[in-house]
Write a protein that binds this ligand. Sequence first.
Ligand code: MLC
Ligand code: AMP
Length: 506
Amino acid sequence: MTDRSQNLYSLFESRFPKDRNDVALETESGATYSFADLQAQSARMANALVSFGVAPGDRVAVQAPKSAAALFLYLGCLRAGAIFLPMNTAYTPKEVDYLLRDAEPAVFVADPQNQAVIDVAKAAGVNHVLTADAAGAGSLADAATAASDAFETVVRTGDDIAAILYTSGTTGQPKGAMLSHDNLASNALTLHKAWGFVPGDVLLHSLPIFHAHGLFVALPCALLNGTKQIFLAGFDVRQVVERLPRATVFMGVPTHYVRLLGEADFDKTCTANMRLFVSGSAPLMEETFREFEKRTGHTILERYGMTETVMNASNPYDGARVPGSVGPPLPGVSVRVCTEDGQELPQGDTGVLEVKGPNVFKGYWRNPEKTASEFRDDGFFITGDLSRIDENGYVHIVGRAKDLIISGGYNVYPKEVETALLELPAIRDAAVIGVPHADFGEGVTAVVVAESGHVDEVGVIATLKQGLASYKVPKRVIEVSEIPRNTMGKVQKNALRETYKDLYTP
Ligand code: MLC
Ligand code: AMP
């Protein structure tokens, strides 16, 4: 590494502890990896990628189970100067196919169990389709094992792209958000400081590492702190309860907190060692915040962000954590509340939140028109979240200007699901809404009109699952004779949400 490099990995490495034998990672099985292992294994991954022809700026797409090897792969990509492109493990072959054709990666790493996706990647013309499983086995691991454990991290500027994360959109078409080394580094440093990380902290990491929350918020805080993280393959409530006594920091989506509160032994004793619980990716119900405080004595710290901006606002570490608010903007981030056409509103009014700062992404991959349409001329990014800023400067996310459902922390764009429904011959008309759901926050729900006769709800759900990741598939498909529309022909989704508001929470 040279002093000038702004490679994110180099920043992480500069914060590794003096004693590189300290534990960096403990996995579900109890296996541990030191910081020296992190360096050596990420070097092996970087060398393996280079041996497959990966050059700086090339995309490395990954749809693999969360594991220590998957983390080494991420770090190896950064070190090689490649662009890491993680995909939700729930994506179907059809969804993966679209992303591969759009991103044109040099390498795709798949789960060896997922032959259908491997076939799709080969058909899409990806040069190297490799495999990696949860146990760290597969062709990529074989190549890494054979490779050297020394690698000189490639020099990157702050503006070079470190990762592309695809998000769907209101048009139903996924778009790749390009995040630079500097976007990720500046945000991680800000969070690490704002949340008071101290030597000896242990992060309990149970989030997926294919989305911003697990990859750009939780993971870098632990790496910058140079301390251990307990790295679970996913959120399993019993595993989390069992490990919390050995952790000090936990980050989760509201569904995780709801599920923790469902456990009888989740209490003050279990959380006695904990310093901080962070929530985000979806609104945390005030009821959950209060119940959590009553049960554990801890106040959850809620923060707000999105894929395109990483984190924008956070309740304070020291100071009042206000339920229903996501706190003031983070240092370096500017926020304003505007009308849909960009006029700034007076303090206290509700409008669309716009943000600007070193955290805001570089644009959508090969999509300058879309990028231009989501930025103002003065560089503010239009989040699409309805918000209000109170007299203390705290931001309140009060709704969405965009047609989006957030289920268990995953975004589901109704348009994408409606398009899939309308492709079914049995369905003439369809509207997809989110309504309150005790576990997932919002439950994806379809309201449909049959072409003729009746719609087979179970059959529709099963068919949709072939093309859509199953978390996007409606939990219920409700047949009606007509979908309410206004005089302009626009579906009256508010009316539908009101009609079905008790569907999952009687
Ligand atoms: C799983 N299922 C879901 C779901 N997750 N359904 C709706 N919404 C979800 N989020 C369904 C599956 O499709 C499957 O259905 C069934 O539940 C069992 O699957 P599973 O994988 O075993 O589920 P489980 O492990 O219980 O997962 C639930 C969860 C998970 C809440 C633990 O969804 C999760 O970890 N969510 C976190 C998402 C996250 O990290 N978001 C951050 C985005 S970044 P079937 O029918 O097939 O059986 C971002 C920016 C920011 O938003 O601000 O952070
Ligand atoms: P994603 O595109 O997956 O990054 O999702 C980002 C969206 O999640 C934001 O635009 C918000 O709508 C929502 N979000 C994230 N954090 C919060 C929060 N704390 N409260 C309310 N909504 C949130």
